[in-house]
Design a binder for this molecule. Structure first.
Ligand SMILES: N[C@@H](CCC(=O)N[C@@H](CS)C(=O)NCC(=O)O)C(=O)O
Length: 207
C-alpha cells in the first residue's frame, strides 16, 4: 500500500497513479500542491526538501521524483516486463525517462504557460514560437523512434511509456496553432489509449 501525496491534476502525480493501476498496487492519495495543502509546510518539506509533488510513502521508504517512484514500483513488485534487470535494456528505458524529465519538459514549459495557463508572465510571442519549435522538434524525435517499434524503448509496454504518454497527452491537449502531424506518434497514442489505466489517469477518463 502506498500513501501518495499530491493532487490528481498534476502530470507527475498521474505518472504514479498510472503505474499503481498498471501494476496493481493499492494506494491512498492526499491533495497537496497549489490549490490544496501547501508543500512549503515543514511537515511536507521533511519528506521532500524540494517542496514538490508527488511524494510516495511505501512502508518506511519515502520517495520523491515521479520517474524514480515509477521505477521503484516496477522493480519492487518484480515487474521485469516493465523494467528489466538486464543492464542495457534497463538503461534504454531509463534514458527515455530522463529525456522526458529534462529535454522534453523544458521545451514545452513556456508555450504551455502561455497557451494553456494563460500566464501573463509568459506572453512574449518570440518565446512562445521558440518553445513551440523546440517542442515539435522533440515530438519529431519520438516520431522517428516510434516508426520502428510499437513502444518507446522496447517491443512491449515498459515504464518509459508512462512519462512519455503523459507528456504526449499534454502535446495533444494544448491548443497548438498548425500542430505538425506525426503519424507514428498518433498510432502510439491510440495504442496507449487502449490501456484503462492510461485513460483513467492520463486522459481524465476520456477514451
Ligand atoms: N521532477 C519532479 C517535478 C515535480 C513537480 O514539478 N511537481 C509540480 C506539480 S506537477 C509541483 O509540485 N508544483 C508545485 C505545487 O503544485 O505546489 C518530478 O518529476 O516529480
Amino acid at each position: 500500500m502506498i500513501r501518495l501525496l499530491g493532487k490528481a491534476s498534476s502530470i507527475n502525480v498521474r505518472k504514479v497513479l498510472w503505474a499503481c493501476d498498471e501494476i496493481g498496487v493499492p494506494y491512498t492519495r492526499e491533495d497537496w500542491g497549489s490549490g490544496f495543502r501547501a508543500t512549503n509546510a515543514p511537515e511536507f518539506l521533511s519528506l521532500n526538501p524540494n517542496g514538490l509533488i508527488p511524494v510516495a510513502i511505501i512502508g518506511d521508504v519515502v520517495l520523491w521524483e515521479s520517474n524514480s517512484i515509477v521505477r521503484y514500483l516496477a522493480s519492487s513488485n518484480g515487474r521485469d516486463d516493465l523494467l528489466p534487470a538486464d543492464a542495457a535494456r534497463r538503461a534504454r528505458i531509463e534514458m527515455w525517462m530522463d529525456w522526458q524529465a529534462t529535454e522534453f519538459n523544458n521545451s514545452w514549459r513556456y508555450a504551455f504557460q502561455a497557451l494553456v495557463r494563460k500566464n501573463p508572465a509568459f506572453a512574449d510571442p518570440a518565446e512562445i514560437a521558440a518553445s513551440l519549435r523546440e517542442w515539435s522538434k522533440n515530438v519529431e524525435i519520438l516520431e522517428r523512434q516510434l516508426r520502428s517499434r510499437a513502444y518507446i524503448a522496447d517491443t512491449h509496454f515498459t515504464v518509459s511509456d508512462i512519462p512519455i504518454g503523459l507528456a504526449l497527452n499534454r502535446w495533444f491537449e494544448t491548443p497548438i496553432p498548425d500542430r505538425p502531424h506525426f503519424a507514428a506518434v498518433n498510432d502510439y497514442f491510440d495504442r496507449l489509449s487502449a490501456r484503462p489505466a492510461f485513460v483513467r489517469h492520463g486522459r481524465n477518463g476520456v477514451p
